[in-house]
Design a protein around this ligand. Sequence first.
Ligand code: HEC
Length: 154
Amino acid sequence: MRLILTAASFALLPLFPLTAIADDELVENAIEARHGYYKMLALNMATLAGMAKGDVAYDEAAASQAAANIAALTHYDLPSLFVEGSASGQAEDSAAKPEIWTDMDDFKAKFQGLVEAAAGAPEAVKGGQDQLGPVVGKLGGACKACHDSYRVKG
Ligand code: HEC
């Protein structure tokens, strides 16, 4: 067993310089992924907000689908995309405040706020345009609570 391990360690040696590149790639991919994630949240929020404001005609199925998309996104472990080295100032294109990493429990609690706001939203938006306001307010409040603390203002 020891022999095999030793042989394996030697085999890995030439790979060490590559780990740095792999880390950079992980950081870049994680940042891109979270931007895509937030864009999907924003697209669906825009659908709901547009109907809430009356800019777009109320469409129960479309509203419920947009809310279901947001709820589905909250089942993804978003905090896992905030990998080490991907804060603003450490990596390009990041608007993630370094406090995320020092206050990770609170950051996760803010994400939990969105999870809770989205749960039940697909049903709550049914029944007429006047159902949308409170749901959009609750969801938007959860976005804002996290952005106020953890997103660098652009
Ligand atoms: C738990 C914290 C948190 C929650 C909840 C949250 N955001 Fe964000 N959001 C961030 C952070 C941090 C960034 C910056 C990420 C980066 O630049 O890597 C961001 C960035 C964004 C961006 C910019 C993405 C880009 O391409 O640069 C949009 C759009 C966005 N959020 C929309 C939303 C919407 C809409 C919601 C609610 C439905 C929401 N966010 C909820 C933390 C959060």
